[in-house]
Every structure is written in C-alpha cells, then in structure tokens.
Design a protein around this ligand. Structure first.
Ligand SMILES: O=C(O)[C@H](O)[C@@H](O)[C@H](O)[C@H](O)COP(=O)(O)O
Length: 263
C-alpha cells in the first residue's frame, strides 16, 4: 500500500486542468508499456470537471483512445440517460467527444437494463464484466479485477468515496461490486466498487476542491482515522496514492502532512 502524496493547486479549474494533463501522460505511458490502458472515473463536480478538461487538453492527442478501457467507481442507479447518472455526465464531458471503442466503455448497469431495478443483480453483472476483463487480460490473480492504471475518486464532506459511506459498508467485503441502499447522498440506490477492489488499482487519485472538503481530506490523510468512519482514509493505490487538491480543500491537512504546491 502506498503512502499518500499531496499536491495543491490554486483553484478547481487549475486542479482539473493539471489532473487532465497528468492523466494523458499516465494513459500514454501505460499504452506504451502494455499496449492498452485502463482508467476508473468518478462522478461528482471535480471528477466531471477533470473529464471536461481532458476533452480540451492540449496533450490529449498522445492518447490512443481506441486502446483505453473506461470503468466507473460508482453509479447512481437510475435509468440510462438520466442526467443524474455519472455515466451521463462523463459522456457529455468527454466520452462522446473522443474515438473510444464502445466495447471498452464499461458503464455500470441502469434501472432499465437487463436486471431492471434489482441493484443486487446489477452489481453482480458488473462484477462479472470485470471478471471477464481480468480473464481476457490473462493477469487475474483471482481477484476478478483487470488492471486499473488510474482510479479517480471524488470525496464527500462526510469523507465518503465512490458510494462507500461512513459506517455503511463492510471494509472486508470480498465482492468487487456491491449494491448500496439508503445512501445519504441522493439518489438512495447506487452501485459501487468495494474498498478491496479500489485498493487493487495501481494509482488512486483522490480529487477534492472547496472548503467543504477540507475536513474530509484531513481525515483521509490522518494515520489515526478509521476507514469505516472516513472511507477516504482507506482509499489507497497499490503503487501510488495522490491527493490532488485545490487550496481550499487543503485547508485542514493534519500536522506533519505537507502539500507541495503545483508549479
Ligand atoms: O456519484 C457520486 O455522487 C460520486 O461518485 C461521489 O463519490 C462523488 O464523487 C463525491 O460525492 C464528490 O462529489 P462532488 O465532487 O460533486 O462533491
């Protein structure tokens, strides 16, 4: 498990642009190394701003979009095309504007999909899609997950990540995808990767902007925090964990944790 590194940008827009440029670099590196790349995207304000910035990034031509897999960390369990779905926001911000292979865009199921409004079955279906990708990659160590080069997560003011809310998930859950009911953030029914699935990613990038996130970010970086109460404190990448923040979200860093200012 990697120790988090904190990078602070002036404001949300410069954060989004810097993360987008960095993402292009990581994707291009992964494609050079193993022929393809895989990212996990997140819903929410900053996550969507990053995808919009990626659409406008000067270096976006370095990505071979046909050799990119796009997965979701969580989804709001609503009908396809609903404006509240994370998929809808991601498509509008980026995915509809680049030449992706549609079979590599792995949206989470919608309530008008094959499982209807059965969130358990929909979560199981997504887990099966992940497991199939792991088998196709030939590198499945039994976890049922393909390689995730970069997994991005927004953070809630309550310190949730993906749809793992404080005291509402099982940190030792062995499944890779779970249904979530009675979410404190609307809508109430969601689908989410589990903490164990998140932690298999090579790199986990936590994205946060605004003063309302400062306390959650502080908890996420505090060695004393209990991940069950502050899920962001458990979100770590296998090789690297980055907290990519704007100045306001970096307002409550714990003692001894320094954020380096972005150049
Ligand atoms: O579907 C969702 O709501 C998310 O995936 C959720 O985990 C989100 O990323 C955070 O709540 C941050 O959202 P904001 O950046 O909008 O505050």
């Amino acid at each position: 498990m990697s120790t988090p590194v904190v990078v602070v940008h002036a404001d949300q827009q410069s954060l989004a642009e810097a993360v987008a440029a960095k993402l292009v670099t990581r994707i291009a590196e992964a494609q050079a190394q193993r022929g393809s790349a895989s990212i996990v995207v997140t819903g929410g304000g900053v996550g969507t701003a990053v995808l919009a910035a990626l659409n406008g990034a000067r270096n976006r031509g370095s990505v071979d979009w046909r050799r990119l897999d796009v997965w979701w960390g969580d989804e709001r369990f609503l009908p396809a095309g609903d404006p509240e779905r994370n998929e809808t926001g991601a498509r509008q911000a980026l995915l509809d504007h680049v030449d992706l292979d549609p079979s590599r865009v792995h949206a989470m199921p919608a309530t008008d999909g094959p499982d209807g409004d059965d969130a358990e079955a929909a979560a199981g279906r997504y887990a099966a899609e992940l497991a199939a990708a792991a088998r196709a990659e030939g590198a499945d160590g039994g976890a049922g997950l393909p390689t995730f080069d970069v997994l991005m997560l927004g953070v809630g003011p309550d310190a949730h990540v993906a749809s793992l809310f404080p005291k509402m998930f099982d940190p030792s859950e062995e499944r890779t995808v779970v249904p979530v009911h009675d979410s404190p953030k609307p809508p109430p029914t969601r689908i989410s990767l589990t903490m164990s699935a998140i932690r298999t990613a090579r790199e986990v990038w936590i994205l946060a902007a605004g003063e309302s996130k400062a306390q959650a970010v502080g908890l996420g970086l505090s060695p004393a925090a209990d991940p069950l109460e502050a899920p962001v404190a458990g979100a770590r990448g296998a090789e690297q964990t980055l907290f990519l923040l704007d100045a306001a979200a970096a307002g409550g860093l714990p003692p001894g944790v320094a954020g380096s200012d972005a150049p």
